[in-house]
Design a protein around this ligand. Structure first.
Ligand SMILES: Nc1ncnc2c1ncn2[C@@H]1O[C@H](COP(=O)(O)OP(=O)(O)OP(=O)(O)O)[C@@H](O)[C@H]1O
Ligand SMILES: [Mg+2]
Length: 231
C-alpha cells in the first residue's frame, strides 16, 4: 500500500469551510487512479495532502511509508518521493527550461554536469530537447505542461500527483501528455494519481475515485463498502 488515509479532515476559515470531511482511502503501489468530482468538492485539497503541501486538521495520512501528520522530514519526502504536475503555479519564468527541470535535482547531491545531462534526457523524452535553453514564457501551454512532466520526473519519484494536467490543452496535446504519464505507470511502476474534470481521461485509470462535499462517495473498489461495514 503506497497511500493509506484514515478519517482525514481539513477545514479552512476557522472551520467554516469543510474541504475534507472524513476521507478514508488506500491506494496500492503502481496503481493509476483518477479523482473526479464537482468544482469545490475537495479534489485539490486531497491532492495537496498527498503531496504534503498542506496539513490535515485530524486523521492520519501515510504516503510511501511516511506518516505525513507527524513527519519531521516533509521537505525531504516531497523532494524524493513525489512528482508534482500542477496546472497553475508551474514553471519559474526567469530561468531556462533546462534549469527548471534541474531544480528538484539539487537535493540529490548531483554534479552540475550530471544534472544537465539528466535534464536534457528528460526533455528529450517529452520531445522538447531543442527548447532546453529558452525561457518558459516562450513556450505554448502544452509545451509548458510537458516541461512540468519532465520536472516531475527529475527525482525518479514513486508517486506522481497531477492536478488537471490537461485542463486547458487541445485534445492532441492532451493525449500526448497523458500518454507520457501512463507510460511511466506502465513501464516504471510509478503510482499515478490524476485529478480531472474530463471523464475520458478519468476512464483511462485503473479506478476512479469520486469526491463530493469533501467525502469519497465511490472509490471504484470495495474498500469504501468495507470501511462502512467496519463502522
Ligand atoms: N486555501 C484555502 N483557503 C480557504 N478555502 C479554501 C482553500 N483552498 C480550498 N478552499 C475551499 O475548500 C473547498 C475545496 O477546494 P478544492 O480546491 O479542494 O476544490 P476542487 O475540488 O479542487 O475544485 P476545482 O475542481 O474547482 O479545482 C472549496 O470550498 C474551496 O473554496
Ligand atoms: Mg482543484
Amino acid at each position: 500500500m503506497i497511500v493509506e488515509i484514515k478519517d482525514l479532515y481539513k477545514s479552512y476559515e476557522n472551520g467554516k469551510i469543510k474541504a475534507l470531511n472524513g476521507i478514508n482511502l488506500t491506494i496500492e503501489e503502481g496503481e493509476f487512479v483518477s479523482i473526479i468530482g464537482p468544482s469545490g468538492s475537495g479534489k485539490s485539497t486531497l491532492l495537496n495532502m498527498l503531496g504534503a503541501l498542506d496539513v490535515p486538521d485530524s486523521g492520519s495520512i501515510t504516503v510511501a511509508g511516511e506518516d505525513l501528520a507527524s513527519s519531521k522530514r516533509l521537505n525531504e519526502f516531497r523532494a524524493t518521493s513525489i512528482g508534482f504536475v500542477f496546472q497553475l503555479h508551474n514553471l519559474i519564468p526567469n530561468i531556462s527550461v533546462r534549469e527548471n527541470i534541474e531544480i528538484p535535482m539539487y537535493t540529490q547531491g548531483m554534479s552540475s554536469g550530471e544534472m544537465k545531462a539528466k535534464a536534457l534526457k528528460l526533455l528529450d523524452d517529452v520531445g522538447l530537447r531543442d527548447k532546453a535553453d529558452i525561457m518558459p514564457n516562450k513556450l505554448s501551454g502544452g509545451e509548458r505542461q510537458r516541461v512540468a512532466i519532465a520536472r516531475a520526473l527529475a527525482n525518479d519519484p514513486s508517486i506522481i500527483l497531477a492536478d488537471e494536467p490537461t485542463g486547458s490543452l487541445d485534445s492532441k496535446t492532451s493525449t500526448r501528455i497523458l500518454r507520457q504519464l501512463i507510460d511511466l505507470h506502465e513501464h516504471k511502476n510509478v503510482t499515478l494519481i490524476i485529478v480531472t474534470h474530463d471523464m475520458d481521461v478519468a476512464k483511462l485509470a485503473d479506478r476512479t475515485i469520486e469526491v463530493l462535499d469533501g467525502e469519497i462517495i465511490s472509490a471504484g473498489d470495495e474498500s469504501l463498502i468495507n470501511s462502512k461495514i467496519d463502522l
